[in-house]
Design a protein around this ligand. Sequence first.
Ligand SMILES: Nc1ncnc2c1ncn2[C@@H]1O[C@H](COP(=O)(O)OP(=O)(O)OP(=O)(O)O)[C@@H](O)[C@H]1O
Ligand code: SF4
Ligand SMILES: [Mg+2]
Length: 385
Amino acid sequence: MAKTENKHYLSGKEIRAIAKANAKEMKRLEAYKYRKAEESEFLTEMRDPNNILEIEDLHTYFYTEQGVVKAVNGVSFDVPKNMTVGIVGESGCGKSVTSMSVMRLLQGPQGQIASGSIRFAAKSEDGVQKNYDIAKMPIREVFRIRGKEIAMIFQEPMTSLNPIFTIGEQLDEVTFIHKPKATKQEAKDKSIEMLNLVGIAMPERVYNAYPHELSGGMRQRVMIAMALASDPRLIIADEPTTALDVTIQAQILDLLRDLKTKIDGSIMLITHDLGIIAEMADYVVVMYAGRVIEKGTVQEIFHDPRHPYTMGLQKSKPTLDSDSDTLFNIPGNVPNPINMPDHCYFKERCSQCVKSCSGEYPGMIQVSPTHFVACHMYDEEAQNV
Ligand SMILES: Nc1ncnc2c1ncn2[C@@H]1O[C@H](COP(=O)(O)OP(=O)(O)OP(=O)(O)O)[C@@H](O)[C@H]1O
Ligand code: SF4
Ligand SMILES: [Mg+2]
């Protein structure tokens, strides 16, 4: 698209061209989302039967008046069964948009999965294992798994709970949605059981309380109880402790760890706190500007980080034994998400550039069976493997 002299402003002609292109693309993607489709269209095979979730080359875009925001731009990673995968990266790198894509909760028509696969190994029914490609599911079919097999815990429990209904009414509703034939007493029993499971001492009292009567930690426990009411196999926790103070944070993390064992499931844990990742995760995915730039086991990412951004993240953690009285920060900013460069997105902030960094965006290079990095510094290493 032609640029005007001042790149901060778009001409009327450019705005009209963007609006026309966006309208066409949004219409196409909305029609795909609301189409009727046979189950065979979205049934798939897992690449590895040990995974519960496989995200492959996912592109999630927002069609805005300024242009297309490529919030998730070719993201691939797996969540193995019974494991916790931590997703880390600075604000705006696409962590929440990735999770909202898995839940198919993107706000349309602007927010759309443009391409890619989200393969999920659902519970087997009558001994038949079904794997769904969530990205290809018509939206009316997503109820098969959303909130049922995959549950989500959000950052701010107060805004996620409805202030005009009691905790009990909101918890019972989850059971009624998933088991419409359940009686009022069955729903209540399940709700009390869940409140007990998340460590609430007086479940009957909390069951009858309104959200504003509870502390932040209690509300987050209720949100977790709500997520568990449908016996999910995968919990997506998006910054579950960011709104809580440190002691409550530790309790909630302990609870999540316990529950993972109890439900025999997996957790996709989104946070910008490396301490939480180190404590909770088995695998780590590092995102930067809508892409995965490094992924590996928690030991690999913490003890052998390869990408200059991951190394910078490690250095920017506060430590008690540091001589310096200022924290390390990574200089510069993330590029404009509407006009991403063709080369490595980290180049303008990187102190370790090599010649090829001005060329194409780096591909994923395997440095161990479980460790991958997208950085030209390791190009030669890849050739020697
Ligand atoms: N509704 C929207 N319209 C336009 N752009 C959006 C919208 N929602 C998100 N984005 C853009 O998508 C990108 C990724 O956002 P996302 O919320 O996933 O970031 P994040 O990694 O979760 O950040 P944080 O740590 O602050 O929660 C950002 O550049 C953001 O501006
Ligand atoms: S590819 Fe180049 S610019 Fe990008 S992180 Fe690696 S060394 Fe730095
Ligand atoms: Mg977020």
